[in-house]
Design a protein. Structure first.
Length: 124
């Protein structure tokens, strides 16, 4: 199974009482990695592979396109296929709320056969 660093609701890496990095090694690690990846823009210079190109100065980010939902679904699919522990992506749904939130629900099947529903919400 996949192991990831534990991040809090502000996407800060969590440390234990001894100052060591906290990790997750179950299905929630996949959800944690997805949350960290999708709530980040892809402009972090220490790891440009992390995050999604939601908006950029060239006005061609995913949220700046007329057909953004198709592009976002394709990006989610691509990102999930690169997360260790994900065997299959069963379903991806995107909902936009009146309060300008983007809700992404993903159903995946892990390598151990367990099905997980992952949900991420962010402002647009």
């Amino acid at each position: 199974m996949y192991t990831s660093l534990l991040c809090n609701e502000n996407f800060d890496i969590e440390l234990d009482d001894k100052g060591f990095l906290k990790t997750l090694d179950d299905g929630s690690s996949i959800a944690n990695m997805l949350k960290l990846d999708f709530m980040s823009n892809s402009n972090w210079e220490l790891d440009p592979s992390l995050g999604v190109d939601w908006m950029n100065k060239d006005n061609n980010g995913f949220l700046q396109s007329k057909n953004s939902e198709v592009l976002i679904v394709n990006e989610i699919q691509r990102k999930l296929e690169n997360i260790d522990g994900v065997r299959e992506v069963s379903e991806i749904t995107i909902n936009k709320t009146a309060s300008r939130k983007l809700i992404i629900d993903v159903t995946i099947i892990a390598y151990d056969g367990t099905e997980y529903l992952l949900s991420t919400e962010g402002g647009i």
